[in-house]
Design a protein around this ligand. Sequence first.
Ligand SMILES: [Zn+2]
Length: 359
Amino acid sequence: MVVSGAGIQRADVLTEGEKILAVGENLKAEDAESINVSGKYLFPGFIDAHTHMDLEVSGTVTADGFDSGTKAEISGGTTCIIDFATQNRGESLEYALERWHKKAEGKASCDYAFHLALSDWNERVSQELEQVVEGGICSFKLYTTYEGMVVDDQTIYEILTRLKELKGIAGIHCENKGIIDARLKELMKSKGNRREVSDYPATRPSLAEAEAVSRILKIAACVDTPVIIVHLSSKEGCEEVKHAREKGNEVFVETCPQYLLLDESRYKLPGGEGRMYMIAPPLRGKKDQETLWKALAQGEIQTIATDHCSFTRQQKEFGEDDFAKTPCGMPGAEERPALMYHYGVMQILWCGIQTGNGC
Ligand SMILES: [Zn+2]
């Protein structure tokens, strides 16, 4: 059963090397090796458009590099990832990209491409962008939070303007840094420590995401260019996207299985188990999940990516005395396609059969 954009059809698939030569019934090909996959669905390889392999963050490096990370992707049916090459402050774009090529070269089990995260902005970087786009990298990432990565509004405006000239696009991590920093400080003042992971989600509230989404979309409207909102997690954030679209903004939205399937009750798990679920933005509530599923069903969300950013239990324990020191991120490379098929297709079909009207 071949699954494609055109639907599901029972067919043979003839391939040579990495190329599909034909799809059709009773294909004849002399000397071709035949693999019988009766009873299975045959999908095109999936693309994971948001991964962090071999990324230095919070004084450590993600547990998965391009070796184990892409093996996990392949095991789940993903055949191409787009990882975030990252420019640290002071680095040229060329240097940053070279580093990422070295990290991946000879190690990846699947195809890979890069987005480029920008943290430093000046005339030299602006000039360099042209070669980067010519070299085939045309999607970039900007952060509205994280010391070391955050860019201010003027920089965002200037980068979006330059990308518009070059026909590139930016994906943006949307959270208001001021609100987060103030909440972290408040917590320290009121409790004297930040040990309880259950306090974590309130330090990064939905409104901090919504504020940054709204601001970014208004800056993008001033520049008159489309943007991508990455890992959207909240109802409030969805509403900002809706408003902007009603006004004519072109916005692409990504979310991740963890925001659709897990909720903030995980942060209340005992014995520091909640730290395993520390991601940014944090897991949200049931109403946020409902909004995301609905937005997905209505075509308001275009991409489901993993934001695969894995750490071992030991690494997560860096935040034992202060949860703010926990490296944020979760894996998902292997599980994404199965999870989305199970919860996004089968469960909804089953639910439709049960209620008789679909849901
Ligand atoms: Zn990410």
